[in-house]
Design a protein around this ligand. Structure first.
Ligand code: NCD
Length: 261
């Protein structure tokens, strides 16, 4: 478990998945390691490889780091989030959560609301849902949409009401303050006023819309408490399903061809 960035849900769910599967886990925290003495990612991964670890689960702040790390490691390396790029197992858990509630993914309208620019969850989910035949929409302030938006599969809306109108799934994203170094938001209050998903604004979505958030939430900003804790929220299901899809991913890696279908 090679986690160079903070994590609660992802790290614990990978560990829990390993526990259920009977695998043994070695934890590595960037802060207590020789990375603090200036050791590179390459030398860190080569060290783990020669300590005979059989797989690596890695989170790192640099986009592309998982692919780079896999090259050094040679064996299985699961991306648990690389910078602003991808978070594939989050998308798989989210797909399972939607499938449980809606019974299908194709034809659903999925509105991904908030800080799309900094969100690896938005990227992995948009690829996954569009591949499965859902209609993906990105909703949020212009300043929090990436300049390469045209490369992502979905339509962009700057207005919450039109963006979530008729949506079957409203997926809120965390405002990633730690990645916002350049004053992209004039104020939290303004974001809340224009983009908060709450009991009033949720009425614009489909009657049976479900509300998602990958966590950690800024309660009272992306979502109000009543919505986060209400009957339409599947946020804690996302957490539980995270364990199951990570078990599946690990098993798929280790059990070879016959389970690969
Ligand atoms: C997300 C992440 O780290 O990418 N959290 C998670 O893994 N559940 C989203 C976030 O940090 O906002």
């Amino acid at each position: 478990m090679l986690f160079f960035e903070n994590s609660t849900r992802t790290r614990v769910s990978f560990e829990q998945a390993c526990n259920y599967l009977g695998y043994r886990v070695v934890n590595f925290a960037g802060s207590g390691s020789s990375m603090n003495k200036g050791e590179s990612l390459k030398d860190t991964i080569l060290t783990l490889k020669h300590e005979l670890l059989e797989a690596v689960v890695m989170r790192h702040k640099a986009s592309g780091s998982a692919q780079l790390g896999q090259g050094y490691f040679g064996g299985p390396l699961i991306n648990a989030g690389d910078g602003q790029h991808e978070h594939p197992t989050q998308a798989l858990g989210d797909a399972l959560t939607v499938l449980e509630r809606k019974g299908r993914l194709d034809g659903l309208k999925i509105a991904i609301v908030g800080d799309v620019m900094h969100s690896r969850v938005a990227r992995s989910n948009s690829w996954m849902f569009s591949k499965m035949g859902s209609e993906v929409r990105f909703v949020g302030p212009r300043t929090l949409m990436p300049s390469s938006m045209a490369m992502l599969p979905g339509e962009v809306f700057y207005d919450l009401r039109t963006g979530i109108s008729g949506a079957d799934v409203v997926m809120c994203l965390r405002l990633q303050k730690e990645r916002m170094t350049d004053g992209r938001l004039s104020s939290m209050g303004e974001y809340r006023r224009l983009y908060q998903v709450n009991r009033q604004t949720l009425k614009w979505a489909a009657d049976d819309a479900i509300v998602m958030h990958p966590g950690p939430m800024n309660r009272g900003v992306e979502l109000d408490d009543l919505t986060a804790d209400g009957p339409d929220s599947v946020i804690l299901d996302q957490v539980s399903n995270g364990v199951f899809v990570r078990m599946a991913a690990l098993k798929w890696l280790f059990d070879g061809e016959e389970t690969n279908s």
